[in-house]
Design a protein around this ligand. Structure first.
Ligand SMILES: *Cc1c(COP(=O)(O)O)cnc(C)c1O
Length: 323
């Protein structure tokens, strides 16, 4: 087995330069009500306000920016439950690259529509029966497309890490930082930035209870594979961490926590009502964990990465139990 060349914080810095002027520098939101509830100073990095509504634009744009002329001509293929799809489709359109996206049959309608709206060609597969990675690889081989996976790729990881880099530049060092975890692109990139810019900060990845493969992997020391978890956090329905993301997470993250779907819904309601923020279920993972841990961080400075805001308004209402 060849050893992987893991990305470093220098690569995150290079990614930040590549996406500058293309990705939004997202705001940091604070709320007196949240600070009172948690007894701490909480900084929300609002990637729900990123282009296409999630941090994934950062990794996608960074990866596509590095394509050679031949790769640009042939095109890109991606498989995704939604936000990576939109991110690749939008980045590809901005860079003039043809994009093909493999999406699950039960992906939220708004995400499918947005991907098509950005000019991506969409191919649907059955999430519970077919292997999307295989479909993606077959298409890449047949048409000469370059496959950009949603998380296990150095350029994707480093692009995602620019959100945390930005947060520390905006608010300074933190005592604890809570980051949603699916396949680990966001968490591993955040870890590179955190260890460079706020070395003493406790860094937590947060998964849905039903899909705690990351927690199992972190605690056992080897990548654990699970069945596609049933959770409302559709951005974290991943089955395993990646060969790049796992070793970074293992060495640079303090722990992996889990939250229930009910806690996510509570946070969605709270964020909408009190903070005027529309956050998708997966985007609430960090906030939900910070609320669970509040007694531990009284009086401290806490970062929460709000990873995305792409949720159909009908689904949003039905999750909250009314409309
Ligand atoms: C993809 C995604 C995640 C998980 O990111 P990974 O890099 O797969 O860990 C979290 N939140 C949202 C909104 C996402 O789209």
């Amino acid at each position: 087995m060849t050893t992987l060349q893991l990305p470093t914080f220098d690569d995150v810095k290079a990614a930040a330069q590549r996406i500058e002027g293309h990705a939004h520098k997202t705001p940091v939101i604070t709320s007196r009500t949240v600070n009172e509830e948690l007894g701490a100073e909480v900084f929300f990095k609002a990637e729900n306000m990123q282009r296409m509504g999630a941090f994934k634009f950062r990794g996608a744009f960074n990866a596509l920016s590095r394509f050679s002329e031949a790769q640009r001509k042939a095109g890109v293929v991606a498989f995704s439950s939604g936000n990576h799809a939109q991110a690749i489709a939008l980045s590809a359109r901005l860079l003039g690259i043809p994009a093909t996206i493999v999406m699950p049959h039960d992906a939220p309608a708004a995400k499918v529509a947005a991907t098509k709206g950005y000019g991506g060609q969409v191919i649907i597969y059955d999430r519970y029966k077919e292997d999307r990675e295989q479909i993606g690889r077959d298409l890449a081989e047949k048409h000469g497309y370059t496959l950009i996976p949603p998380y296990d790729h150095p350029d994707v990881i480093c692009g995602q890490g620019t959100a945390a880099k930005e947060l520390f530049e905006q608010v300074g060092e933190l005592d604890a930082f809570f980051v949603p975890l699916g396949g680990g692109g966001l968490l591993s990139g955040s870890a590179l930035a955190t260890r460079a810019l706020s070395p003493n900060c406790k860094l937590y990845g947060v998964e849905p209870e039903a899909g705690n493969d990351g927690q199992q992997s972190f605690r056992s020391g080897a990548i654990v594979h699970i069945e596609t978890p049933k959770t409302i956090a559709d951005g974290a329905q991943t089955q395993h961490l990646g060969n790049y993301t796992f070793p970074i997470i293992q060495h640079k993250v303090d722990d992996i926590l889990t939250v229930s779907d009910a806690e996510l819904v509570d946070c969605m309601r709270f964020a909408a009502q009190r903070m005027k923020l529309v956050i998708e279920p997966t985007g609430c993972l960090g906030f939900a964990a910070a609320r669970q841990m509040k007694s531990k961080f009284a009086g401290k400075r806490i970062g929460v990465l709000v990873s995305g805001g792409n949720v159909d308004i009908e689904r949003f209402c039905s999750l909250l139990g009314s409309c």
